[in-house]
Design a protein. Sequence first.
Length: 298
Amino acid sequence: MNIRQIALIVNKNKTAARKVGQYIVSYCLEQGLIIHMLPADASHLGFPELTLPLTDLKDSSDLVISLGGDGTLLGAARLFAEKGVPVLGVNLGHLGFLTAVEPEHLDEALERVVTGQFTIDQRTLLKAILIRRGQIIEEALALNEIVITKGAFARIIKVSCYIDDEYLTTYPGDGIIAATATGSTAYSLSAGGPILNPALDCMVITPICPHSLSARSIVISGKETLRATISSSHDDMMLTVDGQKGYDLEPNDSVVVTPAHFKAKLVRMPGQGFYRILRTRLRDTPLVEETDSDDGIR
């Protein structure tokens, strides 16, 4: 893959982002590469002349470099997935399960990008459609998970799940998580869900604090559709997307979750197989990955 034009997405809340971002820009310019940023990112790094609006950035880029943590990468992947632009994550966060590069290995990674010595993982995205009284209210994409949950002080909710319109079960509790295989190491894992190889084209449905001893996670194929209908005696409920976007829910709302018709592309460096990442990232760390509260995109 020939990389000539690069988009740089910066999480401006990360202390090291300015210094590392300036280094990436300088490296790219020295190599004769074209690099652009969103206006706020370009201003933060001191390169206002390298500004492009988001639409142009999507259309012109061969590669996205996300500078932050997993949350920054999630936001960048959602933005650029439909255009098929791969994302290289540089980790300035904590666990960095999705990112491919640590700052101390940045020189080597940039050289590999220039010479094409990398691979691209194809990752399933989920599309969530919020339906209220027969009308579509919101649509959203998720690389990790779609979550239906009650508020902090609300009583339990009941989520009735249908797979391709066939009734599966009703989960009473705090809600449910519909996760991709990529997202199986995030919130779903902390709620008791299985770890899945991200190459799998599937969806895992995991109940959150279910009020039932028989409630378990279930993995469905990537060709199936989940429809979740919510019932409760209150309206303190939320639909959240990758922990970054939230929408209010009302009783009797339905959320339809399907695989998107395109996939996110994540850059991987040589030697970064899933099981090696799993072994090294989850050892001596909390079982759930930490993502940025801010997706770093403004």
